[in-house]
Design a protein around this ligand. Structure first.
Ligand SMILES: Nc1ncnc2c1ncn2[C@@H]1O[C@H](COP(=O)(O)OP(=O)(O)OP(=O)(O)O)[C@@H](O)[C@H]1O
Ligand SMILES: [Mg+2]
Length: 212
């Protein structure tokens, strides 16, 4: 089983939005997917419970203790092709555990230095781990970029300093909260631009995991 960890030290940056959209789309690509929800708010569980038809969505598995994550992942690994971890905010031990168990870590950031600076500790942890084991891969995923806007020079400068790949990610679109409230991925709804964004994230994930 491959593991994709989605994490950031701040709340409200788009972790759960990326997690559920990615997980559901990976499932639509034919993979057996489990979402591991490390957030006490249980957003992924609420997302799944909001589905109003009989569609078989990815399994959601809650983990609240960092010390349990590794063994839980190992236990799930025979049953699924891929796990998407929705990491909560402000969970230092959990972040270390997610980085340790992930093949790929994604850091959603809104295109503002105020969202990017606080990721320094996470990026350091990822790089330390990479030096020892060569893993996990990592990328920033831009979240909620204003439609039609480009990343400002200030944002690009800060991102460059962290020396990680930067994926285009999501624009600010009503389709995302709408899909969340209906237990869907935007790829199942009518906003084709939102769907293309999630498809691009999904293809980046698949390509990165396959290159290993
Ligand atoms: N691309 C987007 N377009 C519009 N709204 C978005 C987008 N991405 C996220 N949001 C909205 O922003 C809010 C925060 O997103 P989300 O819940 O995914 O963040 P989070 O990092 O998981 O937050 P928390 O740390 O509280 O779990 C939600 O209301 C969500 O619907
Ligand atoms: Mg969340």
């Amino acid at each position: 089983m491959k593991v994709v960890g989605i994490l950031h030290g701040k709340g409200g940056v788009g972790k759960s939005t990326v997690a559920v959209n990615l997980a559901r789309n990976l499932q639509l690509h034919g993979l057996d997917v489990v979402i591991i929800d490390c957030d006490a708010q249980g957003t992924s569980q609420s997302w799944k419970a909001s589905r109003d038809d009989e569609t078989d969505l990815p399994a959601v598995f809650g983990v609240d203790k960092a010390s349990a994550l590794e063994s839980d992942v190992r236990r799930l690994s025979d049953s699924f092709d891929i796990a998407v971890i929705d990491g909560g905010a402000h969970l230092d031990k959990m972040h270390a555990a997610i980085i340790k168990t992930s093949d790929l870590t994604l850091i959603p950031v809104q295109p503002s230095p105020a969202d990017i600076w606080p990721t320094e500790q996470i990026v350091d942890l990822i790089k330390q781990r990479q030096e020892v084991t060569g893993e996990p891969d990592a990328a920033f995923v831009i979240s909620r970029r204003k439609v039609g806007s480009r990343l400002g020079q200030g944002v690009q400068d800060v991102l460059e300093r962290f020396e990680l790949p930067v994926w285009e990610g999501t624009c600010d679109r009503v389709a995302y909260p709408q899909a969340m409230g209906r237990g869907r991925s935007v790829v199942e709804m009518s906003d084709e631009k939102a769907a293309a964004e999630v498809e691009s994230i999904t293809e980046n994930v698949i390509n990165t995991l396959n290159h290993e």
